[in-house]
Design a protein around this ligand. Structure first.
Ligand SMILES: Cc1ncc(COP(=O)(O)O)c(C=O)c1O
Length: 403
């Protein structure tokens, strides 16, 4: 976001101005008690956020990246194990895998949902791996490594298709860690359970980021892990705090990954508004959808699968001549983003994984076309109309020139 933008991609200032007195009261409390790390404000937020996610426990940590890493470590991923995820996500997903000492394996996403394609996961697990009869562990045939976990990423605020992913995980003894960093409040209809399930309540554990621009954002760095597993919760509490459950009694080596109490207090204030903010995002997404429907031939609009209730962290369209559209919108003072322009298997950081262009065709093709449009709860209808009118103007010119 730049301040000169007429219509920003994201307006972070307005919600903080609206909540200023409540947020300042939290800061005052922190100064008065001088309890800056852990303590009652963190415990209160953990209780509230667990409740919000329909999970038994929440462990506050200092980022979404640490949330993922601590979840892998607490779930018992061993150094050298393979963790399977998608190449269409923010690099933090895979950084956490490497930082936990594990190896990354990718499977492609689904063309309509942009989340892990369960069929591609099945193909990988069944064609490239085999169950070791003696240990019951799944082994990747070529590398002989143990495949121990899978990370579905609930990207853009829509959950991955969890029923088939959870079934496969059960069949092959895999740990499931949801990357829910973009999906606070998103829901998934589980046919198996006959019920809507919240992001953060379905896997062995789930990671959330409270980076300021997220649907629930701190005023700095913060994150959390949710889980229904009491033993995992205890391990994660130790891992975030130098491996101690009692001060200076270190059962293991851990990390400095605690949640600041002032951030927890601010998150509690904002959590009270999250359902309303998510509803506004959903209404805006439906409005974009209605307004853009008539240009559907030249612009792909997001499809919400029947099994998901998305919270539209991002609103993504796809267009062939993306660079020109981005330039036209920028000229009109409209902020946009690309999440993400280069698939992870094509990043320099992952050359050593040995993947090639063409390995994940869905990810590669959408990475060339995606554009994130302005999306935040305070976006007005007038602003949204202007974004849409500029897009339509661009499309009518590009269609006319193509004739
Ligand atoms: C999908 C995804 N995973 C993980 C993260 C990491 O979260 P954090 O930035 O809080 O470490 C993010 C944050 O942008 C994310 O979008």
């Amino acid at each position: 976001m730049t301040s000169t933008m007429k219509i920003p991609f994201l307006d972070l200032a307005s919600p903080h101005q609206e909540l200023e007195s409540e947020l300042l009261a939290v800061a005052k409390k922190a100064f008065q008690t001088a309890g800056f790390i852990g303590g009652p404000m963190v415990e209160e937020f953990e209780r509230e956020f667990a409740l919000f996610c329909d999970a038994k426990y929440c462990v506050g940590v200092n980022s979404g990246t640490d949330a993922l890493r601590f979840a892998f470590l607490a779930a018992g991923v061993n150094p050298g194990d393979i963790i399977v995820t998608v190449p269409h996500t923010f690099i933090a997903t895979t950084e956490a895998i490497s930082q936990a000492g594990a190896h990354i394996a990718f499977v492609d996403i689904h063309e309509e949902t942009y989340t892990m394609d369960p069929e591609k996961l099945r193909e990988y697990l069944e064609d490239h791996c085999e169950l070791d009869g003696a240990t019951g562990k799944l082994i990747e045939k070529v590398s002989k490594r143990v495949v121990s976990a899978v990370v579905p990423v609930h990207l853009y605020g829509q959950t991955a298709e969890m029923d088939p992913i959870l079934d496969l995980a059960k069949k092959y003894n895999l740990i499931v860690i949801e990357d829910a960093c973009q999906a606070h409040g998103a829901e998934y209809f589980s046919k198996k359970d006959g019920a809507w399930r919240k992001a953060g309540s379905m896997g062995h554990a789930a990671a959330f980021s409270f980076y300021p621009g997220k649907n629930l954002g701190a005023c700095g760095e913060a994150g959390a892990i949710t889980t229904n597993d009491g033993a995992m919760m205890k391990r994660m509490r130790m891992i975030r705090d130098h491996g101690q459950a009692k001060k200076y009694y270190h059962d293991i080596e851990g990390y400095n990954g605690r949640l600041d109490s002032i951030q927890a207090g601010w998150l509690s204030v904002k959590l009270r508004h999250l359902a309303k903010w998510n509803e506004s995002r959903r209404e805006l997404a439906h409005r974009y959808h209605e307004l853009l429907l008539e240009v559907e031939d030249s612009l792909v609009i997001p499809r919400e699968a029947s099994w998901t209730k998305g919270v539209y962290h991002l609103y993504i369209v796809r267009v062939q001549d993306r660079e020109t559209l981005l330039a036209r919108l920028a000229e009109a003072g409209i902020g946009t983003g690309i999440h993400y322009p280069i698939p992870l298997h094509q990043q320099k950081a992952y050359e050593h994984l040995g993947y090639e262009t063409g390995d994940f065709p869905v990810t590669e093709s959408i990475a060339r076309e995606i554009v994130s449009l302005p999306m935040f709860p305070q976006l007005s209808n007038t602003q949204q109309d202007e974004v849409v009118s500029k897009i339509k103007e661009f499309l009518s010119v590009s269609v006319a020139t193509a004739r």
